[in-house]
Design a protein around this ligand. Structure first.
Ligand code: GP9
Ligand code: MN
Length: 620
């Protein structure tokens, strides 16, 4: 076979390869800039040339429309995936992973939310498309000869080699997704993560002996946490009482107690706080399962270690959640959520969470009498839960996951009860405050009804936020309109309120807490003695504030009462930053080492338990 390598053809080839490679490099660098990292230009250029060679190989092989179409379709698809990564990262702080493919069906439901993550400046991610198409047509048509299979094969193999080199030479498993992209670009980062996921899927679960040192060590930590629980002044004080736990959709702490022009944004929560335990420094701990991971962490006190969320990743595992623990002692256990049952795989996963009944949009006992946004309104679901529970004989646990206050937060006019000043009109902040106010009203009516029906006095009432409402894009506007600094720490802060039966005096506990402290705090109030699996601490006796992160920000970052540890993108402890909360200045990294070691161990233990379905072993 002859390799045709005439000079004009060579010149055209080089022009096209560099045009694509430079356009792709610029887009990657633009994204890396958005990630606030510095790009490693050489590796990014090599991987972009690799991608470009693959495309050119398709064009060079034959003069035909089909080849132009194939090359252009490939370019479009990869560009679309690139842009999907850009948008996904803005909310989830990671790029898309292969494990998420099964959740593609959820996109329709959250489409209006996704739109809010797209910016007008995003046309820059698409600006080269017409030029690329023109370049492809020009190049393919201008071929001097019709057939260049050997040359095409050379381009293809060197392109693939460049992509594999950039995927497997510089990248390491400890690197954050963003750091991988900043080092080598989006394509090698995906090759690397897909390879890792496929490799991990081939690994069989370990056979773990009940008496292995690792198991015994983890068990002893749980035991310590439980011993601590028992020292709480409230331990067992509310044994046998009902538990109603409301996980509030997209509720941050900053609107709680806020006043705009003399109007309270959360009058009912304010009133509730005035007669309850309030933990204003509680932080989210969600992973890729977002809302569903918040549910998991609050009810299980384990880190959400699954690349696609716990409910999707480990629905068949055996858990010892709050629902299961209470069901085992005779409680009637129910969960409620106004959306379709399969969203976040709840239908399947709830069976192992100990709920006897899951009330959802399609449940025969649930009336779809008021739909707002993604499903049944909060007011309606609260009312229906109240009606279904008032006749129950014996204690119950009702876990309610609200829905109305969901991104994009634009309520129909008739539900926009707040009279906000003009400057809030059509702003993301204004919509969010309206939506939070709606939730607060619904919550207020629910509490009123619970009191009327005589349930309130016999119930531990818990309410917390699942995750942030606004996103970093809204930071400037929130500062301007509300003078609130909506930085990462504020974004991760969610309110936690626990009302004890009969409580009439409020108490604010400022300790740094996280969603995994909710379950132990409740089991302490209920006086549960059986061995429990809980990484969190009962908040009424927790001595040192701690909130650790496995996802959402760089893994192993944490907050304590005194320090914030900002973990590095490369995964090593020493390249992180230890910030003194009193001065807001960086301090000696060693001050953060104990917290890091503890978090590292707990995150390891969480994934070890989940991967090997070890919760039953831990409680023997
Ligand atoms: C979906 C609802 C919202 O059923 O819980 O989930 P989110 O989009 O916030 O993760
Ligand atoms: Mn949510």
């Amino acid at each position: 076979m002859k390799v045709h390598f005439d000079k004009p053809f060579l010149t055209r080839t080089i022009i096209l390869i560099f045009f694509i490679a430079i356009a792709w490099t610029l887009k990657t660098v633009y994204f890396v800039h958005e990630l606030e990292l510095s790009p490693h230009k050489k590796f990014i250029l090599i991987s972009s040339i690799g991608f470009s060679l693959v495309l050119v190989s398709l064009l060079a092989s034959k003069r035909s429309k089909l080849h132009i179409t194939a090359a252009f379709s490939l370019y479009l698809v990869v560009n679309l995936l690139f842009y999907a990564d850009v948008v996904y990262e803005r909310y989830y702080d990671s790029i898309l992973h292969i494990e998420l493919a099964g959740q593609a069906n959820q996109i329709g439901d959250v489409f209006s939310s996704v739109i809010t993550l797209m910016y007008t400046t995003d046309f820059l991610y698409w600006i080269d498309i017409p030029f690329t198409l023109a370049g492809f047509i020009w190049y393919n048509r201008k071929q001097a000869v019709d057939n260049r299979p050997l040359l095409s094969a050379i381009f293809m193999s060197s392109g693939i080699a460049a992509l594999l080199f950039t995927a497997f030479f510089p990248l390491k498993a400890t690197f954050s997704d963003q750091y991988m992209v900043s080092l080598t670009g989006i394509i090698p980062a995906h090759i690397y993560t897909v390879h890792n996921s496929l490799y991990e899927a081939t690994l069989a679960g370990e056979v773990v002996s009940e008496n292995s040192a690792k198991v015994l060590e983890i068990k002893s930590e749980f035991k310590k946490n439980q011993t601590l629980q028992k020292t709480s002044p409230y331990f067992g004080k509310f044994e046998g009482k009902n538990v109603i736990m409301v996980q509030a959709e997209s509720l941050n702490t900053f609107p709680v107690g806020l006043e705009v022009d003399g109007f309270e944004i959360t009058p009912n929560m304010n009133e509730l706080i005035s007669i309850s335990q309030y933990y204003p420094n509680t932080y989210l701990q969600i992973g890729r399962g977002n809302t569903s991971d918040a549910e998991f962490v609050a009810n299980n006190s384990i880190y959400p270690m699954a690349p696609k969320g716990i409910y999707q990743g480990y629905p068949q595992n055996n858990f010892l959640s709050l629902g299961k623990t209470l069901k085992d002692i005779g409680y009637v256990t129910t969960a409620a959520h106004g959306n379709s049952p399969d969203f976040w795989n709840r239908q399947e996963a709830y069976k192992k969470q100990g709920y006897q009944t899951f009330y959802h949009k399609d449940h025969p006992s649930i009336k779809k009498d008021e739909i707002i946004g993604m499903g049944i309104s909060d007011e309606s679901i609260f009312k229906q839960m109240m009606d279904l529970h008032k006749t129950i004989d014996g204690p119950f646990y009702n876990f309610i996951v609200t829905l109305t206050n969901h991104r994009p937060f634009v309520l129909p006019e008739e539900y926009q009860y707040l009279d906000l000043p003009e400057k809030f009109k059509d702003t993301a902040t204004g919509h969010y405050l309206q939506s939070v106010y709606y939730f607060d009203q619904a919550l207020g009516k629910f509490i009123e009804d619970l009191k009327k029906e005589g349930i309130w006095e016999d119930t531990i009432f818990v309410m917390y936020g699942d995750h942030y409402g606004p996103i970093p894009k809204d930071e400037k506007e929130i500062k301007k309109l509300l003078n609130v600094t909506f930085n990462e720490k504020e974004r991760f802060r969610v309110p936690l309120i626990i009302h004890h039966p009969g409580q009439t005096k409020g108490m604010v506990n400022e300790i740094v807490a996280s969603q995994m402290d909710i379950y132990p705090t409740i089991t302490s109030l209920l006086g549960i003695e059986r061995p429990l699996v809980q990484f969190g601490k009962a908040l009424d006796v927790k001595q040192e504030g701690f909130a650790g992160f496995a996802y959402e920000t760089t893994r192993y970052s944490f907050y304590t009462d005194d320090f914030n540890y900002v973990a590095s993108h490369d995964g090593t402890f020493e390249s992180g930053k230890c910030i003194d909360n009193n001065t807001n200045e960086e301090t000696d990294i060693e001050a953060c080492r104990p917290g890091f070691n503890k978090l590292f161990k707990d995150i390891e233990a969480s994934s070890f338990m989940l991967e090997n379905n070890l919760i039953p072993t831990m409680t023997k």
